[in-house]
Design a protein around this ligand. Structure first.
Ligand SMILES: Cc1cc2nc3c(=O)[nH]c(=O)nc-3n(C[C@H](O)[C@H](O)[C@H](O)COP(=O)(O)OP(=O)(O)OC[C@H]3O[C@@H](n4cnc5c(N)ncnc54)[C@H](O)[C@@H]3O)c2cc1C
Length: 444
């Protein structure tokens, strides 16, 4: 039985899910990871990397097939509406699927997380026509999706983007550049944030759906980056791209609000699940290695300092998993899910960086060797504290909410601080020590 089942089963009544369904999805995810031999293939994918040739992006050999196998097994359809071919199950199970894939391959796991975000955004803001057109192929894994918010000159401060979308005779004409786009050039469907009404500032941004192959859309380059080396992370260029007006997502002028909501939901919980998956593999490797390796005539796990590291990793993993599953459950059942998503993202990404680093340390010189996965995990998870909104931005979002809503500190319960939000009498659970409240000016 997968370790995740007890974390989700705890919420099964709230999610109106029977335990068999939970375990079926977890088992199916694990079966597909095994069947596609993803653990063994991950280092090969990284060695080969994606390619940009004649304007076309291809994944490392065999990687696309893995993504498609997940689709055939129905895994992208987990939380999609039945009407469009989805299974209508909670998003929580999709985040668990993301964790399970990420344990095997960080690059592929991130692609799975982003696919979930695109599905989530279209479900939240799409018109019936857009849902009918784009959801079925995304849910089946016949098409893949990317989100395009970041630009060379604006990431955290999305209100500062410069890509424009000028309306003219039934079309929005898009000009600009997007950077750091996960699965950019490989994906078929893109959610794009652009400035439609420059004079309206933050209220002058809108989101669009566009498809690869549209005239004027091109891939300028793939980033050479630290970690996630099997992932195509692209700089995309938009040169007078004519997007039909029916591809405006939601209302004109609500793009920034939608982006923030989209990021808060699928994207941040997805990144938290992804980081937890990589960290879990690192933890298992640390346990195995420290039980096999000997020094000074004893197993290294028997040195108190190594033992303590393993115990700390175990605790961090438990908190990270609890936090992202809790955020996903709140997203599924109602409540302040965007703050919960920031808490989960902040904790799980920082914990992921710490756990993978300690695994590398426990491996000694072998932690630096490419013969072991330890060093890859360190590199792959590093993006977690940056992509989908940095740790600093998450901390700002959480502390602002606490101040604005006069949340009161109730005390500590095990490893969690409890904070009461007077709105709806909601209790936030925040990992102990995650935030330096005094620094951020929040009274405890
Ligand atoms: C591998 C990878 C994949 C990605 N995938 C995608 C994707 O698919 N789609 C997409 O749109 N984007 C993607 N991103 C981009 C990512 O979301 C941005 O890098 C991130 O939001 C940070 O923006 P930035 O890089 O412009 O940094 P900046 O915003 O320039 O931030 C620089 C530093 O300043 C800090 N900072 C900024 N503002 C504040 C503030 N108000 N208070 C305190 N500190 C602040 C930040 O925390 C950071 O430490 C990806 C990034 C990476 C690395």
């Amino acid at each position: 039985m997968d370790v995740l089942s007890r974390y989700i089963e705890e919420h099964h009544e709230k999610l109106e899910l029977d335990k068999e369904t939970i375990n079926h999805v977890l088992n199916l995810s694990n079966t597909l990871v095994e069947r596609t031999e993803l653990v063994a293939k991950a280092p090969e994918f990284e060695k080969h990397g994606p390619k940009l040739e004649n304007g076309k992006v291809s994944l490392p050999p065999g990687n696309e097939e893995v993504y498609r196998e997940f689709g055939k097994a129905g895994l992208y359809s987990i939380f999609g509406p039945e009407k469009y071919g989805g299974l209508n199950l909670p998003y929580t199970l999709y985040s668990a699927f993301t964790e399970i894939v990420s344990r095997a391959c960080g690059s592929t796991g991130l692609g799975v997380a982003v696919q979930g975000s695109v599905i989530d955004i279209i479900m939240q803001f799409g018109t019936e026509e857009q849902k009918a057109k784009y959801l079925p192929p995304l849910l089946k894994g016949e098409k893949f999706g990317s989100v395009c918010f970041t630009e060379p000159w604006a990431g955290s401060d999305l209100a500062g983007i410069r890509t424009t979308a000028r309306y003219e005779d039934g079309y929005y004409i898009v000009n600009g550049q997007k950077q750091w786009i996960t699965n950019g050039g490989f994906s078929d469907i893109y959610i794009l944030l652009a400035r439609t009404d420059p004079e309206k500032g933050k209220k002058g941004l809108s989101q669009f759906i566009l498809e690869k192959g549209i005239e004027g859309f091109s891939v300028l380059r793939l980033e050479k980056k630290y970690g996630l080396e099997a992932q195509p992370t692209a700089v995309l260029n938009f040169d007078n791209v004519m997007i039909p007006e029916e591809n405006l997502l939601g209302n004109r002028g609500e793009g920034l609000k939608q982006t923030i909501l989209g990021l808060s939901g699928g994207e941040r919980i997805g990144v938290a699940a992804w980081a937890t998956g990589i960290a879990y593999s690192a933890y298992l490797e640390a346990v195995e290695y420290s039980n096999l390796r000997t020094a000074f005539g004893q197993k290294i796990i028997d040195f108190p300092i190594i033992n303590r590291k393993i115990k700390t990793m175990e605790k961090q993993l438990d908190i990270a998993r609890n936090a992202y599953i809790r955020a996903a459950v709140v997203k599924d059942t109602g409540g302040p899910w965007s703050i919960e998503a920031s808490i989960a993202k902040l904790y799980a990404s920082e914990a992921g960086v710490s756990i993978t680093y300690q695994n590398q340390q426990i491996h000694g010189g072998n932690g630096i060797s490419k013969e072991y996965p330890a060093e890859r995990h360190v590199r792959d998870v590093r993006t977690a504290t940056i992509g989908g909104g940095t740790s600093e931005i998450q901390t700002m979002i959480i502390t602002r909410h606490m101040k604005k809503n006069s949340c009161s500190y109730l005390g500590i319960e095990n490893d969690w601080e409890l904070w009461r939000d007077p709105n709806n009498n909601y209790i936030f659970k925040i990992p102990k020590g995650l935030i330096d409240w005094e620094f951020w000016g929040v009274k405890k």
